[in-house]
Ligand binder design. Structure first.
Ligand code: COA
Ligand code: ADP
Length: 576
């Protein structure tokens, strides 16, 4: 990309020069460039999002097929946030590559940038993650070959792709749970004077699936369906504001079933709720053929804004929901708005953009767990660690980046990885090997994988106050052979446990263990920590070479693990 590129993206890789002198290019990478013509644009001269979705879907599908070597279909697309619009005459550049293959599905990362040919400026429009599934053959489900990451960025995406997949597969469940708990708390809808009746925004439109809408396997392109959905959603949104709305976000969605040439697709949309500057439009796509019953293909929720001449969002009219379903959808839209904010804030942000202490509650539990684990995976995937000191086969590494100091302590134990994981997972046992863990109590056992602890540590200075931490511990077993066990730690806040006078409240941004099975009996343990002011005093003397307390702590850890390598209690499920 040109040097005047704005908004560098993590999906953009650094150049890797191969031994042959050639520049490395990911073998699954596919690029598409399109000049935006008036036929691709809306009445404001901006590229229609529907057209962009079609291009994104085809580029990503071709990348998936390149890896799979067979035909693939779109299974789902994660949340997309559109950061900029694209004008007629500008060029859209789309780059897609497979981040990871699972069994028959693959995660494809898609980066969309825009280029102004006159000024040579480039900027990011959005990035997205699509899941594509290799079409079943007569022999059954396809087993895909694995993706082998080569660069650091590929390694990071590979590692986090497993975490994103977990979220996708439980997405529908999370939403259902959160909607039922959130809407139960909301009262009756208010009666709004002067509000626009929701029925006025209702749209129903039919499309006949013709060969140009389908791929070589006669299935309708996912991108085509998304484009039709965006079309009806835009009409519904325009009816509320009597203006040209701008699509800001599309929530994560799943193609529930296929559609083929000859299907009639019925697309229905309505404004579910309008907030001060944004509105949620819900769209439902159903298919039928002849006299067959309707098949539910997809439901999506899109957020629109209306921008004034200075590109500032305008205040929108309020909506009066229609009876029964409308009232339910109106309430659900409020709950989804909260979920969307949590997701945007916690799920799709870079670790450094999330404040240290994020309030934990049931509605953001899954996203915080995701964020916790992904942050540790990102830290572990760094390849610029510097060995700072080594003693008794315990190594201390440091990494300084963007004014943040991170450290890693690494050692090997003669204990199987699973047992090591079980023993280290229970923070309330850590005092047995770590004198800093003076006290550690379980505050909340959120689920099997997430526990919140309060940890109290002694003062570093004589007569000073001790520190306490409210820590979320998120555990993961390997997703695949070659993945580590992982225990991620980060600070959260809980209204039930505010800071007290007796302790200084410390914060942990990102810490935890990765546990790698080197053989059936030898395990490599790496402990990571991104040193916040609260953590720095415990380690800076070691890094400076004034002491080697890290070595004695991890030697004790080794001893504790080896003494308990056969402890049955550690393998008991309650030990998790
Ligand atoms: N998001 C991402 N991946 C999903 C998913 C979701 N919401 N639901 C299922 N998958 C993945 C599974 O994890 C599995 O991956 P794996 O083999 O790597 O473990 C893969 O899809 C197949 O799952 P399986 O359980 O074998 O099949 P299924 O009955 O759940 O079907 C689809 C999944 C996607 C194949 C099915 O829903 C479908 O055909 N949808 C329509 C796809 C389509 O035609 N799209 C184009 C537009 S219509
Ligand atoms: P639900 O109807 O339970 O809200 P669906 O998945 O069926 O969920 O629909 C998703 C969204 O599509 C709804 O929230 C609504 O905004 C829109 N929608 C559904 N049915 C209609 C309809 N008959 N007319 C207009 N819009 C509809």
């Amino acid at each position: 990309m040109a040097s005047d590129t704005k908004d560098a993206d993590p999906l953009e890789d650094c150049l890797l020069i191969l031994e042959s002198g050639e520049v490395y290019r990911n073998p699954t990478e596919v690029k598409m460039s399109q000049i935006v013509l008036p036929c691709h644009a809306n009445h404001c001269g901006e590229l229609s999002v529907g057209q962009l979705l079609k291009w994104m879907d085809s580029t990503a599908c071709l990348s998936a097929e390149r890896h799979a070597g067979c035909s693939c279909i779109t299974a789902s697309v994660d949340d997309i946030h559109f950061e900029h619009t694209i004008g007629v005459g500008q060029v859209v550049n789309i780059k897609a590559k497979v981040n990871r293959a699972f069994t028959s599905s693959m995660e494809v990362g898609i980066l969309v940038t825009c280029e102004d040919l006159f000024t040579n400026c480039h900027w990011k429009v959005c990035h997205a993650f699509g899941t594509f599934v290799a079409r079943r053959t007569e022999a059954g489900k396809v087993q895909l070959k694995q993706v082998i990451p080569h660069t650091q960025a590929e390694q990071m995406e590979y590692s986090i792709a497993a975490e994103r997949r977990r979220m996708r597969l439980i997405h529908a469940e999370i939403i259902t749970d959160l909607l039922s708990s959130s809407t139960a708390q909301l009262g009756e809808c208010q009666e709004f004077q002067g509000a626009v009746p929701a029925e006025r925004t209702q749209v129903e439109s039919v499309e006949l699936v013709l060969p140009p809408h389908a791929n070589h396997q006669v299935s309708t392109f996912g991108g085509q369906i998304m484009a039709w959905m965006e079309n009806v959603a835009t009409i519904a949104a325009s009816r509320l504001c009597n203006a040209h709305p701008t699509l800001r976000t599309i929530d994560m969605f799943h193609f529930r079933g296929p559609s083929h040439i000859g299907d009639r697709l019925v697309l229905k949309a309505i404004v579910n709720n309008s907030f001060k500057n944004s509105m949620e439009v819900g769209v439902c796509a159903e298919a039928y053929k002849g006299g067959e019953p309707l098949r539910h293909i997809n439901s999506a929720f899109m957020t629109f804004e209306v921008l004034d001449s200075d590109r500032k969002p305008c205040t929108l009219p309020r909506i009066r929901p229609e009876l029964v379903d409308g009232k339910r959808r109106y309430q659900e839209a409020i709950a989804r708005k909260k979920i969307r904010l949590d997701r945007k804030y916690i799920f799709s942000c870079k670790q450094t953009e999330v404040p240290l202490s994020v309030p934990w509650d049931l509605s953001n539990q899954m996203y915080l767990s995701y964020n916790n684990v992904s942050a540790l995976k990102l830290l572990a995937a760094r390849n610029n660690w510097m060995l700072s000191s080594e003693k008794n086969k315990v190594s201390l590494y440091t990494l300084e980046e963007n004014h943040v100091l991170c450290f890693k302590i690494e050692t090997h134990v003669n204990v199987p990885a699973e047992q090591t994981f079980h023993l280290l997972s229970d923070l309330s046992k850590r005092h047995k090997w770590d004198k800093h863990y003076e006290q550690c109590d379980v505050i909340n056992q959120a689920d099997e994988e997430d526990t919140i602890y309060r940890v109290a540590t002694p003062s570093v200075s004589k007569g000073g106050k001790g520190q306490d931490f409210i820590l979320l511990a998120s555990r993961r077993k390997p997703c695949d052979i070659g993945d580590p066990y992982l225990i991620a730690l980060r600070s959260v806040t809980l209204p039930t446990h505010p800071p007290t006078e007796d302790y200084t409240r410390g914060e942990v941004l990102c810490a935890g263990f990765t546990i790698w099975a080197e053989s059936s009996t030898v395990t490599k343990i790496s402990y990571y920590n991104q040193a916040t002011p609260g953590v720095l005093p415990y380690i800076s003397t070691d890094i400076a070479g004034l002491s080697s307390s890290f070595c004695s702590t991890f030697s004790s850890c080794k001893q504790y693990l080896e003494e308990n390598r056969d402890s049955l209690a550690a393998l008991h499920p309650s030990a998790l």
